[in-house]
Design a protein around this ligand. Structure first.
Ligand code: SME
Length: 137
């Protein structure tokens, strides 16, 4: 139990750091696969609370990444039909899967209030962040 609290505290620090230091990162959170259930569960996050603490596989951008195992960059959320809106201020989203020993166990999810802000640099950076996170899980 204590180990999980320490871990959650570290993940929260990462969310806070990312949100505070990248102006177009307006909501930063981790979702993790929830045991054997075909759903994601919200972990630590920085930004406004969301109603979407559980997301079934396949639903929304996050649920699609749970199945595709691939980065999903959304320059314009309004152009997506399989999208779960958390806030009306969000214009763009990036989701990068988190691998432990080659297995997709969750993801980092970032919402932006800026239109089309994410580049390959964000993808490489967030892949690096997830690789570092994988080491402490
Ligand atoms: N927009 C996400 C849902 C999670 S919120 O962004 C925090 C999606 O479509 O999966």
């Amino acid at each position: 139990q204590n180990k999980e609290l320490v871990l959650d505290e570290r993940l929260l620090q990462i969310c806070n750091l990312l949100k505070a230091n990248v102006p177009y990162y307006n909501w930063v959170g981790f979702y993790f696969k929830n045991g054997n259930k075909k759903e994601l569960k919200l972990g630590p996050y920085a930004g406004d609370p969301t109603d979407h603490t559980i997301i079934p596989f396949g639903k929304g951008i996050c649920g699609q990444v749970a199945e595709s195992n691939k980065n999903f960059v959304v320059p314009d959320v309004m152009a997506q039909d399989n999208y779960i809106a958390c806030s009306i201020t969000v214009k763009a989203e990036i989701v990068v899967p988190l691998f432990v020993n080659g297995e997709n166990i969750g993801q980092i999810d970032i919402d932006s209030n800026t239109a089309d802000p994410f580049t390959e640099k964000d993808e490489r950076f967030l892949e690096f962040v997830n690789q570092e996170v994988a080491k402490i899980l």
